[in-house]
Design a protein around this ligand. Structure first.
Ligand SMILES: NC(=O)c1ccc[n+]([C@@H]2O[C@H](COP(=O)([O-])OP(=O)(O)OC[C@H]3O[C@@H](n4cnc5c(N)ncnc54)[C@H](O)[C@@H]3O)[C@@H](O)[C@H]2O)c1
Length: 293
């Protein structure tokens, strides 16, 4: 992968995984453009990158807003001449809990940030990356993009969508020399469990910062996230996987067995369909598969 003097746009790059990836790519020589909804964290992040001698700039943006993406791409191309890469990272945890507790507004927030935000990032950045002659895109999905997570419906729905879209886009954009990967971490020690802090900054939500309901620090979700791996490991792993042109980037090999169990259940269901007198005759029909190579 060619990084030196190339330019990457990182959404949600002010904190957590986005910041760690920005730092790793900046250390490889890339110009870094951070887009984030939180102006204060953004300023801090830029100061930290500058201290590492990384060329960087940033803007306050909401990934749910298409115009904000246009501003982000314009900033990158005006400042550095071209855009070669996108880390479609900004995301929120949604509202975990039983199905009946989630309102339409809860769903809308999670879908707008985690899914529409990623789609709009692609739509804004891909024409520029094509124009630059190619590059790479990492869409941040999750281990929740590899399996259904009970009590995490909104999050699972958006992350499975991002993983699936990344497979489709990898095939679609390969002819343009654009490598597309889905990053699928399990728990990483960030502030994702405190995502409600960002909802007040989006969606015309009228809640003040003091009124935001944040989870109990002793809750299971808070505990598993804070005990997650260091985001810097994710940043370094992304570089390693990009160098190897991987399409699925995993950071937690211990989850392999869980994903294998899911595939085993799917495979067993295919076997039952194969032996079904109703549809079994389709087993031998040839077809072309669209799998990223
Ligand atoms: N932390 C984990 O355990 C974990 C695991 C798997 C996947 N992920 C994914 O990693 C990505 C980054 O999350 P994180 O863990 O670093 O969380 P985080 O909350 O620490 O960081 C998220 C960043 O995105 C920004 N952001 C939130 N909403 C935004 C919006 N509408 N527009 C622009 N910026 C916005 C926040 O201000 C913050 O800087 C997310 O897509 C998340 O789903 C996280």
């Amino acid at each position: 992968m060619d990084y030196s003097s190339r330019t990457v746009l990182v959404s949600g790059g002010a904190e957590g995984i986005g910041f760690a990836i920005a730092k790793a790519l900046g250390t490889e020589g890339m110009n870094v453009v951070l887009g984030d909804i939180n102006g204060q964290s953004l300023q801090k992040a830029l100061t930290q990158l500058e201290a590492l001698q990384i060329n960087c700039t940033g803007l306050v943006m909401d990934v749910a807003k298409a115009d904000d993406w246009q501003r982000a791409v314009a900033l990158a191309t005006e400042r550095y001449g071209a855009l070669h890469a996108l880390i479609n990272n900004a995301g929120v945890g949604g509202k975990p809990g039983p199905i009946e507790n989630n309102t339409r507004a809860d769903w809308q927030w999670c879908i707008d940030v985690n899914l529409i935000g990623v789609v709009q990032g692609m739509q804004a950045a891909v024409p520029q990356i094509k124009q630059a002659g190619g590059g790479f895109i990492v869409n941040v999905a999750s281990m929740a993009g590899m399996m259904g997570v009970p009590y995490g419906g909104e999050y699972t729905a958006t992350k499975l969508a991002v993983a699936g879209l990344s497979e489709a886009w990898a095939v679609e954009l390969a002819p343009y020399n654009i490598h597309v990967a889905a990053l699928c971490p399990a728990f990483v020690s960030t502030n994702i469990h405190l995502s409600e802090r960002n909802r007040a900054l989006t969606h015309g939500q009228t809640t003040t910062a003091e009124e935001i309901e944040l989870p109990d620090p002793d809750s299971v979700m808070s505990q598993v996230v804070t005990n997650g791996i260091n985001p810097d490991l994710v940043g370094q792993r992304v570089i390693e996987a990009l160098n190897a042109k991987e399409h699925y980037i995993f950071t937690h090999p211990n989850y392999r067995k869980v994903v294998q169990q899911r595939y085993a259940a799917i495979d067993a269901a295919f076997e039952r369909a194969e032996s079904s007198p109703i549809v079994g005759h389709l087993s031998s029909e040839p077809l072309d598969a669209f799998v990223p190579q």
